[in-house]
Design a protein around this ligand. Sequence first.
Ligand code: NG1
Length: 493
Amino acid sequence: MSHQRKMATSDENNSSLGDEHVAVQKLQPQANFYERLIKLGAFYKQQFSKEPDFYVRVPGRVNIIGEHVDYCGYSVLPMAVEQSIILAVGSVPKNDQLQLRPLDEGKFQIFDSDLNTLDIKLPKTGGPAWYNYYLCGIKGIQEQLGKKWRPIGMQVALSGNVPLAAGLSSSSALVSAAVLATAHVQGMHLDRKLLASISASCEQYIGTHSGGMDQAIAYLAKQGCAQHIEFHPKLKGTPVTLPAGSCFVVANSLVQKKKAASSDYNERVVECRLATRWLAKSQKLPNWQEFIRFIDLEEECNLDNAAYAQLIEKQLSKPLYTREDICEALGITEQQLEMDFLTPSTQHMQQFKLRQRALHVIQESGRVVKFRQICEQLQRRPSKQDVEQLGKLMQQSHHSLRELYECSHPDLERLVALSVKQGVSARVTGAGWGGCIVAMCDSVNAAADYVKVLKREYYAQLPTHLLERYQPNDFNEVVFATVPSNGAELFVQ
Ligand code: NG1
């Protein structure tokens, strides 16, 4: 069985959000990232002694609800944040070289490579070097072109202000930006859904078996609203207007979680795949050996959310399963377990929490659908109770991520506890084990008060080295209200 699952591809016949290409726009001085692009353009010129041909901007994202469900086929509800990766790009048709020059001096080293011999290196420990994310993007376009691929040299200056390893999707923003830049240099006009799908598939070369949430929102985001993103049966984005007056705040715990350097994320993916297979067998489906995603089983057995949860509780009654339990139930050998289910980084797994992971995924997927329904209801008829209900869904999501999915962190818990004390609903956003929380405040004023409390009670208490770094800017980089921004953009000057 191949773990390199292809993401849903573009629907050619159904004209909807994402069927359009990324249009080339003229860079406008009023854009809030104008100064950043101009600075990057000057740096490009200094590095390559010419003007860039074009610029790419791809945002990070904050997920409002729907955590750890995308790789099981279920929908999510993220929005793009203002922070983004920006590239200044020039093509050099006569050579086959990639030249990457990061503006953020000190943090990243420069990188040169021959485009004929792309090599994505995954070290045993420590996680891949930053430029491998760019290489993933090139590889994605190379595969899309197949035999038609001809390397065209690329000179790239880049800069990013999406916090790293913070659950705001800095890695996918870089991969998606590399896909868009390479496609543009190659003269391809791909629609946004296909670009998202290519970006999601090729990021798997980094070794994380993630779903497609980050790349989908990177391309499908629209200013002013969140997106309900469905992956099944096809990739689809539907704009969702968030409650009038509400204000979403992101607070970074400053605990960095380098997903690709640890096995936690892939362990959860493995547990979900095993739980699906176990349940499929329990239903005596003739093709039970084909199931690895909860959503496919739901469809096959026509289960609603409550019935699915009941099935899990009945069939997966133990809090912990051993390798032996699983091999016996599925009628496989340990070798088959290792080959067919365990990824390179999860070969060590001895115990599996199938029940807890499955319950989280199924219940969280129900919360996403409810959240969207309530937002739509609120557009027709404002209601305080409905807004409160949204807050409750966020709290339930966090509780489930902490208890069933075990991806919180003591510092995230401190931030959530401070939020609860302020009467603000908050949850871990992104993969977790560190990174950020997202909180929903009733108004801009309430958000300002809430941010003040977090600054005083959490950020002013940080260890000295972090205080020195973030206090001069009054912690505005690490705790901020966020407005939904646009997805990927291409500019010329
Ligand atoms: P972040 O927050 O970027 O680590 C990861 C996955 C998502 C999704 C979330 C959890 C990648 C690139 N992204 O996001 O697909 O599964 O975790 O909801 O691995």
